[in-house]
Design a protein around this ligand. Structure first.
Ligand SMILES: [Zn+2]
Length: 477
């Protein structure tokens, strides 16, 4: 009997990794094994430790990876899978492949830096501390990627084929419709990856990539994300409050520090700042995007104009590439990054990682958190156990590079920028399904979010919904 095993993003929002196997026996020569996504566990150590565990099926016996999108919690374990012996193709949309080309080597670089840092301060229990994979290993695995256009069917084996449909989450993001031949009939499995906003919202401004996942999906078995399973997005426009927070910080002579993913969220925020500056709501202070990936990410965005919202297209038509906007700088070298540290004038610094789990944002936070003149502005989800969540929830100090840093800066947070659908939006999308899936498994959520969404879906739709458990195997009947 074919089965699905949830190797990650079950009980948590990171480490997305779902194995489809058409056979239950351990014979590598028989059946097909496919991974849907291959993400990195992030956040609490309990989860990060799982990045060091091998897959339950040897990596060399997995035939292919189907990748929904380029976020690290969906693609960040690919170099490790290749390191463990995986040699198959990795199917993804062309934009996802371009984004992985910058995200994965950067992740390898961060892994190396972390290992090096812990070796220097000798605070690791593992001596010497080793990187999960190196930048070079990440670079090498890019050769395994194969572009697949949205809507085109790809046959992996006589038993398994798939196609991508739009997920509207970030640039290039897709859902995977997998067709499985079993016992003489076809089973349709739909893996949503992350689902974007179902409609364009005025209250979710600055959106660069258009909303609207593909409607009318037909699935016998649905594996769906539940990040926002227990929260609805605010229905107020965040711009007036956000502009006020920037103005007050500038009046104090402080800096606004914005932890944001270098891909998508940074572009979204930059587009919105430009609009607020052009309309006079935010003073024209320098904006520094301190991320080695930011320039390359903007270049990739400019390549896929068909995915833009009309709003983003209008800004580009009027003001050209964000890389050329006066007052906006994109730091790529460490020297340029260090120069930002010296800025003693009001400035807006956008840097990653978005949950302050690593990257250059840590240097900016370590430097600016102790000063009450400054503001830390969160514009994205902060997973439990991350530094970002600690700062956002009012901690008085936070550990950065092994030292305790006091938090005296003002902390503000906005929830409107989410690239995930919330329960009313998910229901709106699920109502477009022409038939009820025999089974729906919820993944990619904190336990409370997944179980609350399960209740909502069961009550509203009457569907058979289960919350997937980590390492659980479910049969595809
Ligand atoms: Zn995502």
């Amino acid at each position: 009997m074919p089965y699905i095993q949830f190797l990650g993003a079950a009980g948590t929002v990171t480490g997305s990794k779902h194995l489809i196997s058409t056979t239950n026996d351990g014979d590598a020569n028989c059946g097909t094994r496919v991974l849907i996504d291959c993400g990195l566990f992030q956040g609490p150590k309990e989860w990060r430790d799982r990045n060091w565990q091998d897959t339950p099926v040897p990596a060399k016996e997995i035939n292919a990876v189907i990748l929904t999108h380029a976020h690290l919690d969906h693609c960040g374990w690919i170099p490790r899978l290749v390191k463990e012996g995986f040699r198959g193709p990795i199917y993804a949309s062309p934009a996802t492949i371009d984004l992985c080309g910058i995200i994965l080597p950067d992740s390898g670089h961060l892994q190396e830096e972390d290992a090096q840092f812990y070796n220097q301060i000798k605070k690791s229990k593992h001596v010497p501390a080793l990187p999960l994979y190196t930048a070079q290993e990440a670079e090498t695995c890019l050769q395994n990627f194969r572009p697949v256009q949205v809507g085109a069917f790809t046959t992996l084996s006589p038993e398994v084929s798939f196609r991508f449909v739009r997920a509207a989450h970030i640039l290039g993001s897709c859902m995977a419709e997998v067709q499985l031949q079993t016992n003489g009939r076809i089973r349709r499995l739909l893996f949503t990856g992350d689902i974007g906003r179902v409609r364009d919202h005025l209250i979710a401004p600055g959106k660069v990539v258009h909303s609207g996942p593909t409607e009318g999906e037909v699935a016998d078995l649905l594996v769906m994300e539940s990040t926002y399973g227990n929260r609805e997005h605010p229905t107020t426009d965040p711009r007036p409050e956000l502009a006020a927070a920037v103005r007050q910080t500038v009046e104090r002579g402080g800096a606004v520090i914005v932890p944001a993913f270098a891909v998508e969220r940074t572009q979204k925020f930059v587009f919105m700042l430009k609009e607020l500056m052009e309309t006079g709501q935010v003073p024209r202070v320098p904006v520094c995007c301190d991320s080695p990936m930011a320039i390359k990410a903007v270049e990739i965005f400019l390549k896929y104009a068909s995915e833009y919202t009309a709003e983003a297209q209008a800004l580009i038509d009027k003001f050209g590439s964000p890389l050329q906007w006066p007052g906006f700088t994109f730091a790529s070298t460490p020297e340029e990054s260090k120069k930002i540290n010296d800025a003693r004038y009001p400035v807006i610094i956008i840097s990653s990682s978005g949950m302050a789990t690593g990257g250059r944002i840590l240097h900016h936070l370590a430097l600016r958190l102790p000063d009450p003149k400054n503001t830390v502005m969160f514009i994205g989800f902060q997973a439990p156990g991350t530094r970002g969540e600690a700062i956002k929830s009012g901690a008085r100090e936070v550990k950065i590079f092994g030292d305790l840093v006091p938090i005296r800066a003002q902390v503000v947070a906005f929830e409107q920028f989410s690239d995930h659908a919330d329960p009313p939006e998910l229901l709106e999308w699920l109502h477009t399904f022409p038939q009820t899936p025999a089974m729906t498994y919820l993944v990619h959520g904190e336990p409370s979010a997944s179980s609350e969404l399960r209740e909502i879906l069961t009550k509203d739709l009457g569907w058979n919904v289960q919350v997937a458990q980590w390492m659980e195997k479910v049969e595809v009947k």
